[in-house]
Ligand binder design. Structure first.
Ligand SMILES: Nc1ncnc2c1ncn2[C@@H]1O[C@H](COP(=O)(O)OP(=O)(O)OP(=O)(O)O)[C@@H](O)[C@H]1O
Ligand SMILES: [Mg+2]
Length: 204
Protein backbone atom coordinates (compact mmCIF):
# COMPACT_ATOMS: atom_id res chain seq x y z
CA UNK A 1 0.00 0.00 0.00
CA UNK A 2 1.26 3.48 -0.86
CA UNK A 3 2.44 5.72 1.96
CA UNK A 4 -0.30 8.12 3.00
CA UNK A 5 0.25 11.75 2.11
CA UNK A 6 0.12 14.92 4.19
CA UNK A 7 -2.41 17.72 4.40
CA UNK A 8 -0.73 21.05 5.01
CA UNK A 9 -2.83 24.19 5.28
CA UNK A 10 -1.61 27.74 4.66
CA UNK A 11 -3.62 30.51 6.31
CA UNK A 12 -3.35 34.26 6.66
CA UNK A 13 -4.87 37.61 5.78
CA UNK A 14 -5.36 38.90 2.25
CA UNK A 15 -1.91 39.60 0.81
CA UNK A 16 -0.04 37.59 3.46
CA UNK A 17 1.65 35.54 0.74
CA UNK A 18 -0.36 32.31 1.05
CA UNK A 19 -0.76 31.55 -2.66
CA UNK A 20 2.84 32.51 -3.48
CA UNK A 21 4.24 30.29 -0.72
CA UNK A 22 1.81 27.41 -1.31
CA UNK A 23 2.61 27.19 -5.03
CA UNK A 24 6.33 27.46 -4.35
CA UNK A 25 6.11 24.57 -1.85
CA UNK A 26 4.40 22.40 -4.44
CA UNK A 27 7.14 23.16 -6.98
CA UNK A 28 9.80 22.49 -4.36
CA UNK A 29 8.36 19.09 -3.37
CA UNK A 30 7.83 18.08 -7.01
CA UNK A 31 11.41 18.97 -7.83
CA UNK A 32 12.49 16.65 -5.00
CA UNK A 33 10.47 13.79 -6.52
CA UNK A 34 7.41 13.90 -4.27
CA UNK A 35 3.82 13.95 -5.46
CA UNK A 36 2.44 17.35 -4.48
CA UNK A 37 -0.85 19.11 -5.14
CA UNK A 38 -1.85 22.76 -4.80
CA UNK A 39 -5.50 23.35 -3.96
CA UNK A 40 -7.50 26.22 -2.47
CA UNK A 41 -10.73 27.29 -0.82
CA UNK A 42 -13.39 28.29 -1.47
CA UNK A 43 -12.97 25.62 -4.10
CA UNK A 44 -16.05 25.38 -6.26
CA UNK A 45 -17.68 28.40 -7.86
CA UNK A 46 -21.12 26.80 -7.34
CA UNK A 47 -21.23 27.70 -3.65
CA UNK A 48 -19.59 31.09 -4.10
CA UNK A 49 -22.01 31.94 -6.91
CA UNK A 50 -24.93 30.99 -4.67
CA UNK A 51 -23.72 33.49 -2.07
CA UNK A 52 -23.33 36.23 -4.68
CA UNK A 53 -26.74 35.43 -6.16
CA UNK A 54 -28.38 35.83 -2.75
CA UNK A 55 -26.36 38.90 -1.78
CA UNK A 56 -29.49 40.63 -0.45
CA UNK A 57 -29.80 38.10 2.39
CA UNK A 58 -26.12 37.45 2.94
CA UNK A 59 -24.74 37.21 6.47
CA UNK A 60 -21.73 35.80 8.30
CA UNK A 61 -23.77 32.68 9.12
CA UNK A 62 -24.86 32.10 5.53
CA UNK A 63 -21.26 32.53 4.35
CA UNK A 64 -20.06 30.07 6.99
CA UNK A 65 -22.60 27.45 5.90
CA UNK A 66 -21.83 27.86 2.19
CA UNK A 67 -18.07 27.61 2.78
CA UNK A 68 -18.54 24.60 5.05
CA UNK A 69 -20.52 22.84 2.28
CA UNK A 70 -17.90 23.80 -0.30
CA UNK A 71 -15.22 22.47 2.05
CA UNK A 72 -16.85 19.10 2.61
CA UNK A 73 -17.12 18.52 -1.14
CA UNK A 74 -13.51 19.64 -1.55
CA UNK A 75 -12.33 17.31 1.24
CA UNK A 76 -14.18 14.29 -0.14
CA UNK A 77 -13.51 14.81 -3.83
CA UNK A 78 -10.01 16.29 -3.86
CA UNK A 79 -8.12 16.23 -0.56
CA UNK A 80 -8.81 12.74 0.79
CA UNK A 81 -8.30 10.93 -2.55
CA UNK A 82 -4.97 12.76 -2.97
CA UNK A 83 -3.61 11.89 0.47
CA UNK A 84 -4.69 8.26 0.00
CA UNK A 85 -2.59 8.37 -3.15
CA UNK A 86 0.46 9.66 -1.26
CA UNK A 87 0.31 13.34 -2.21
CA UNK A 88 1.55 16.23 -0.12
CA UNK A 89 -1.55 18.40 -0.40
CA UNK A 90 -1.01 22.12 0.14
CA UNK A 91 -4.34 23.78 0.90
CA UNK A 92 -4.57 27.57 0.42
CA UNK A 93 -7.15 28.51 3.13
CA UNK A 94 -9.22 26.01 5.10
CA UNK A 95 -11.68 26.04 8.01
CA UNK A 96 -9.47 28.44 9.98
CA UNK A 97 -10.43 31.07 7.37
CA UNK A 98 -14.10 30.48 8.17
CA UNK A 99 -13.40 30.78 11.89
CA UNK A 100 -11.38 33.97 11.43
CA UNK A 101 -13.40 35.79 8.72
CA UNK A 102 -16.94 34.74 9.58
CA UNK A 103 -16.04 35.03 13.27
CA UNK A 104 -14.83 38.59 12.63
CA UNK A 105 -18.12 39.31 10.87
CA UNK A 106 -20.06 38.19 13.93
CA UNK A 107 -20.74 34.46 13.55
CA UNK A 108 -20.23 32.60 16.87
CA UNK A 109 -16.81 30.96 16.68
CA UNK A 110 -17.77 27.72 18.46
CA UNK A 111 -20.67 27.32 16.03
CA UNK A 112 -18.40 27.87 12.99
CA UNK A 113 -16.13 25.14 14.39
CA UNK A 114 -19.14 22.88 14.89
CA UNK A 115 -20.38 23.17 11.28
CA UNK A 116 -16.85 22.37 10.09
CA UNK A 117 -16.33 19.36 12.30
CA UNK A 118 -16.61 16.86 9.44
CA UNK A 119 -13.74 18.48 7.56
CA UNK A 120 -10.63 16.40 8.27
CA UNK A 121 -8.10 17.99 10.61
CA UNK A 122 -4.95 18.78 8.65
CA UNK A 123 -1.55 17.36 9.60
CA UNK A 124 -0.22 20.90 9.93
CA UNK A 125 -1.74 24.37 9.65
CA UNK A 126 0.55 27.35 9.17
CA UNK A 127 -0.48 30.96 9.70
CA UNK A 128 1.51 33.58 7.78
CA UNK A 129 1.12 36.77 9.78
CA UNK A 130 1.05 40.27 8.30
CA UNK A 131 -0.69 43.39 9.48
CA UNK A 132 -3.71 44.27 7.34
CA UNK A 133 -2.14 47.41 5.87
CA UNK A 134 0.92 45.52 4.62
CA UNK A 135 -1.27 42.81 3.10
CA UNK A 136 -3.57 45.23 1.30
CA UNK A 137 -0.61 47.32 0.08
CA UNK A 138 0.93 44.26 -1.49
CA UNK A 139 -2.32 43.42 -3.26
CA UNK A 140 -2.75 47.01 -4.42
CA UNK A 141 0.60 46.77 -6.19
CA UNK A 142 -0.67 43.97 -8.44
CA UNK A 143 -1.78 45.62 -11.66
CA UNK A 144 -4.33 43.23 -13.17
CA UNK A 145 -5.78 41.92 -9.97
CA UNK A 146 -9.49 41.19 -9.75
CA UNK A 147 -10.24 40.24 -6.12
CA UNK A 148 -12.49 37.21 -5.74
CA UNK A 149 -13.86 38.55 -2.46
CA UNK A 150 -13.51 42.35 -2.33
CA UNK A 151 -16.04 42.43 0.51
CA UNK A 152 -13.44 41.05 2.96
CA UNK A 153 -10.61 43.43 2.04
CA UNK A 154 -11.35 46.13 4.61
CA UNK A 155 -8.88 47.22 7.27
CA UNK A 156 -11.24 47.13 10.26
CA UNK A 157 -12.57 43.70 9.39
CA UNK A 158 -9.05 42.39 8.74
CA UNK A 159 -7.86 43.65 12.14
CA UNK A 160 -10.50 41.46 13.79
CA UNK A 161 -9.65 38.56 11.47
CA UNK A 162 -6.01 38.85 12.52
CA UNK A 163 -6.94 38.82 16.22
CA UNK A 164 -8.87 35.58 15.76
CA UNK A 165 -6.01 34.00 13.80
CA UNK A 166 -3.61 34.99 16.61
CA UNK A 167 -5.96 33.45 19.19
CA UNK A 168 -5.85 30.22 17.17
CA UNK A 169 -2.04 30.39 17.29
CA UNK A 170 -2.27 30.73 21.08
CA UNK A 171 -4.57 27.70 21.26
CA UNK A 172 -1.98 25.69 19.35
CA UNK A 173 -4.23 25.26 16.29
CA UNK A 174 -1.95 27.24 13.96
CA UNK A 175 1.83 27.58 13.68
CA UNK A 176 2.94 31.24 13.51
CA UNK A 177 5.24 32.44 10.72
CA UNK A 178 6.26 36.09 10.50
CA UNK A 179 5.16 37.09 6.99
CA UNK A 180 6.35 40.69 7.19
CA UNK A 181 9.87 39.65 6.19
CA UNK A 182 11.24 39.22 2.65
CA UNK A 183 9.59 36.47 0.66
CA UNK A 184 12.67 34.23 0.60
CA UNK A 185 12.86 34.14 4.42
CA UNK A 186 9.15 33.39 4.69
CA UNK A 187 9.39 30.51 2.18
CA UNK A 188 12.39 28.97 3.94
CA UNK A 189 10.76 29.33 7.34
CA UNK A 190 7.59 27.57 6.16
CA UNK A 191 9.59 24.84 4.42
CA UNK A 192 11.79 24.22 7.48
CA UNK A 193 8.72 24.04 9.70
CA UNK A 194 7.27 21.33 7.44
CA UNK A 195 10.51 19.38 7.07
CA UNK A 196 11.24 19.34 10.79
CA UNK A 197 7.66 18.46 11.71
CA UNK A 198 7.53 15.50 9.32
CA UNK A 199 11.16 14.36 9.48
CA UNK A 200 10.24 10.69 9.62
CA UNK A 201 7.68 11.02 6.77
CA UNK A 202 10.35 12.50 4.51
CA UNK A 203 12.98 9.94 5.49
CA UNK A 204 10.96 6.77 4.86
N1 LIG B 1 7.06 38.31 2.07
C1 LIG B 1 6.69 39.07 1.03
N2 LIG B 1 7.27 40.26 0.81
C2 LIG B 1 6.88 41.04 -0.22
N3 LIG B 1 5.90 40.73 -1.10
C3 LIG B 1 5.27 39.57 -0.92
C4 LIG B 1 5.63 38.68 0.14
N4 LIG B 1 4.80 37.59 0.08
C5 LIG B 1 4.01 37.81 -0.99
N5 LIG B 1 4.29 38.98 -1.60
C6 LIG B 1 3.59 39.57 -2.76
O1 LIG B 1 2.35 40.04 -2.28
C7 LIG B 1 1.32 39.79 -3.23
C8 LIG B 1 0.24 38.95 -2.58
O2 LIG B 1 0.73 37.63 -2.37
P1 LIG B 1 -0.25 36.39 -2.46
O3 LIG B 1 -1.12 36.49 -3.65
O4 LIG B 1 0.60 35.17 -2.32
O5 LIG B 1 -1.10 36.62 -1.13
P2 LIG B 1 -2.33 35.78 -0.61
O6 LIG B 1 -2.09 35.60 0.85
O7 LIG B 1 -2.54 34.57 -1.43
O8 LIG B 1 -3.53 36.83 -0.80
P3 LIG B 1 -5.11 36.53 -1.03
O9 LIG B 1 -5.68 36.25 0.33
O10 LIG B 1 -5.63 37.84 -1.56
O11 LIG B 1 -5.26 35.39 -1.98
C9 LIG B 1 1.99 39.12 -4.42
O12 LIG B 1 2.26 40.09 -5.38
C10 LIG B 1 3.27 38.54 -3.84
O13 LIG B 1 4.29 38.47 -4.80
MG1 LIG C 1 -4.17 33.92 -2.57
Amino acid sequence: MAKKGLIIVIEGLDGAGKTTVAKWLVEYFRSRGYKALYTYEPNESLFVDALKKHGDVRSAELDALAYAADRLVHVRKVILPAIEDGYIVIVDRYYYSSIAYQGAQGAPIEWVMEVNKYAVKPDLAIYIDVDPVTGLERLARESNRKPRFPEYEKINLLKKVREIYLSLVERGELIFIDGSRDLESVKQDVLNTILSRFRSWFST
